[in-house]
Design a protein. Structure first.
Ligand code: GAL
Length: 705
């Protein structure tokens, strides 16, 4: 059951960082300075104690809360609030040495050494009860503390454990799902290669040759994390039901089907670290960040959410740890806000002197003062976020177009040998991202939704590479279309059922041949340096597009052909088709279209379906949060170049220098402007627009409809 979204209450956007006072207990002066430095960047909050278990419980059952008492007091006194972490993200040595079962076992059967993090066994009763005990202590001690605003439960829960405890829990999970081995053997197609199981205990946790087992294993692992999370939250909810609980997600992380986590939490939090890249085309990466934020908006069911971690400067784990160029950091922060974030927290407040993350970006450098460039930028961000207080609590605007994002299709594709190139594992994710980008470039707003989401509010649903398609999901999408909706499906649609068994009767399954008016007979793969030409009037002047990687061999069975293949032995075969389905339409794109072709397709669709869209130059994005007193709008230039736009009568402000812009305007590289929220702290509006220009804009910024 979905819990109502319940962000920690605040009359402004939250701003803060992961804070580790436990690493500085011998340097009291540092702790004292931290509070006043936090106030100087206008921070509101900090996530505390994420990896602090040993500092809180130095030996089993012996607690040391003095430092946390002190920290909570300092925060309360300064008017700052605390997102108090449960410390399960890493284990005390005393626990992992005394009870090796809490340590994870790899797929090869090797138990991991003590140390490390995010590597506990999610099944271990010893670990679960140790976690529940320390969480209970925290709830008892701080549940009513005035500084406590939110429970930050664990940290980035993910990964697999193949120990015997997990193995038998997997068996129990399978028994509950399939009841008898006959069913399990049938749905896993176990007569292949002598995989037939005759005792539940024979079932391994991993068998790369068993496609059905692999997806069930991934489902089980996901369920174990959710039940581990529930176990963590039980004492917190029992003792302080008034304090919301969340855990920090990792966007599109492979092993975590967050659609199934979201309902257990009171609000949604995500960690996101866009890697700085100022090369040509960097705007595409920024749209990739919008893609992640849209997924988080979907997980939050349209409510505001928290960006729980991002870096104020560089990271230390990428191949090349670049610095962000001027304007980029502020833009990333506002980009999250525009997408519904009501809190921006960094990893990390202060660089440690030692440990694995001593070179990771932080608000406070080893040098220790407020003199750094990063500190100044963070202070500027703090001021801007304070000025944006009216945005807090406003919902990001819902789109009329949705993309179905499906972890199950990712898992099923990953588990199958083919239909994909041998080395690739994430075709579904990539297809969703490409179609998201193309829709955004065509000026169309997009939500990301779960396969079982309510569809009625949408005019168009796009399901890129929805490879694993259950009869129920197919039925719901068909119903949506018959009722007048439009459904776009692509290559790799409806190949397998929920057990990763191919649908009989021809793809797309199940029974979707009629819905799409076509039969997908075969699929061709292209070498990386090969492509296939496509022709069709829908691609605009010239009427052609390019396909890469994957080209299906389609037969029209009643559908209208919109584009055909124009090279190779399969020239003249249909590749983009349209079908009438009840009061609605289906569209099928049987090849991976290169960017321009994909954008043209959605431009065609927008005009066919009369979809609302806003055409702006490539890399310029406008985003809205809806408020009772009118919307607040954000305008971004994601490119490294100046871009000309025509803002018409709309007046946008730069929140840093207060300048107003309207009419024909040149946006600076990485510019971020806001309309509908002109804070009192800004100087009076300037009579002249920022960077007036006499150049013609490439495209009008005014809404078409
Ligand atoms: C996150 C993690 C943080 C920190 C950060 C560094 O994945 O939750 O604790 O390690 O990465 O970028």
């Amino acid at each position: 059951m979905k819990r109502p979204s319940q962000l920690p209450s605040a009359d402004r956007l939250r701003y803060g960082a992961d804070y580790n006072p436990d690493q500085w207990l011998d340097q009291v002066q540092v702790l004292e300075e931290d509070i006043s430095l936090m106030q100087r960047v206008q921070a509101t909050s900090a996530s505390i104690g994420i990896f602090a278990w040993t500092s809180l419980e130095p030996s089993p059952g012996h607690y040391n809360f003095a430092w946390l008492d002190d920290t909570m007091e300092r925060f309360a006194k300064a008017g700052l609030s605390v997102f108090l972490a449960t410390p399960s993200g890493s284990k005390p040595m005393w626990l992992s040495e005394q009870h090796p079962e809490v340590r994870r076992v790899t797929a090869e059967g090797r138990r991991e050494p003590s140390g490390g993090r995010h590597n506990h066994c999610p099944t271990s009763p010893v670990y679960r009860s140790a976690v529940a005990r320390i969480n209970r202590q925290l709830a008892l001690r701080y549940g009513k503390h005035p500084a406590l605003a939110l429970w930050h439960v664990g940290n980035e829960l993910n990964g697999e454990c193949h120990c015997l405890l997990c193995r038998s829990a997997f068996h129990a999970w399978l028994q509950k799902r399939y009841h008898c081995l006959e069913t399990l053997n049938r749905v896993w197609w176990n007569s292949f290669w002598n995989k037939t199981i005759t005792e539940w205990t024979q079932i391994p946790t991993t068998d790369p040759g068993n496609d059905g087992l692999t997806v069930d294993w991934l489902r089980f692992v996901n369920d174990q994390h959710v039940s581990f999370l529930e176990n963590e939250m039980a004492p917190l909810r029992e003792l302080c039901p008034h304090v919301p609980c969340t855990t920090n997600f990792m966007g599109t992380n492979r092993s975590t089907n967050y659609w199934q986590w979201a309902g257990s939490l009171d609000c949604i939090a995500n960690d996101h670290y866009p890697l700085p890249d100022d090369r040509a085309g960097c705007w595409r990466k920024a749209l990739g960040t919008d893609f992640i934020h849209s997924l988080v908006r979907g997980l939050a069911d349209g409510a505001p959410w928290l960006l729980m971690e991002c870096s104020p400067s560089s990271v230390n784990w990428s191949r090349i740890n670049k610095l962000k160029r001027p304007g980029v950091h502020l833009q990333e922060v506002l980009q999250a806000v525009a997408n519904g974030a009501d809190a921006i927290h960094y990893f990390q407040w202060r660089k440690g002197l030692g440990g694995h993350e001593k070179y990771h970006g932080a608000v406070i450098d080893h040098e220790g003062s407020s003199d750094s460039r990063v500190f100044r930028e963070c202070a500027e961000v703090g001021k801007v976020l304070r000025d944006l207080a009216p945005v807090a609590g406003l919902a990001p605007e819902r789109a009329k177009v949705a993309i179905i994002y499906d972890w199950e299709s990712r898992w099923a594709l990953e588990a199958s040998a083919g239909p994909k190139k041998a080395e690739e594992s994430d075709r579904h994710n990539e297809a969703c991202l490409e179609h998201f980008r193309a829709l955004r470039c065509a000026g169309i707003e997009v939500d990301l939704i779960a396969p079982n989401a309510e569809l009625a509010a949408y005019r168009l649903v796009v399901s890129p590479a929805l490879y694993s398609l259950s009869a129920e999901t197919a039925r719901r999408l068909t119903k949506f279309t018959i009722a007048g909706g439009a459904w776009v499906a692509t290559y790799l649609t409806g190949y397998v059922d929920e057990h990763n068994r191919c649908w009989r009767g021809g793809f797309p399954g199940p029974n979707l041949r009629e819905v799409f008016g076509l039969w997908n007979e075969e699929v061709d793969y292209l070498f990386d340096d090969e492509n296939v030409r496509i022709e069709g009037a829908l691609f605009g002047p010239g009427g052609s597009a390019t396909a890469t990687d994957i080209v299906e061999q389609l037969n029209a069975e009643g559908a209208q052909t919109l584009a055909t293949l124009a090279s190779e032995f399969y020239a003249n075969r249909p590749i983009v088709l349209r079908n009438n389905c009840g009061a609605g339409n289906t569209f099928y794109i049987g090849a991976r279209l290169a960017e321009e072709g994909c954008i043209s397709f959605y431009e065609y669709l927008a005009s066919e379906l009369d979809l609302p869209r806003l055409v702006l130059p490539r890399g310029v994005v406008r985003k809205t949060r809806a408020g009772a007193d009118g919307p607040v709008e954000f305008l971004f230039n994601y490119t490294r170049e100046e871009v000309s736009v025509d803002l018409g009568e709309d007046t946008f402000h730069c929140l840093v220098d207060g300048h107003a812009c309207h009419g024909k305007t040149t946006l600076r590289p990485y510019a971020s402007l806001v309309k509908g929220c002109r804070p009192a702290s800004l100087p009076p509006p300037s009579p002249t627009p920022l960077h007036p220009t006499h150049e013609e804009p490439q495209l009008s910024a005014s809404p078409r409809r």
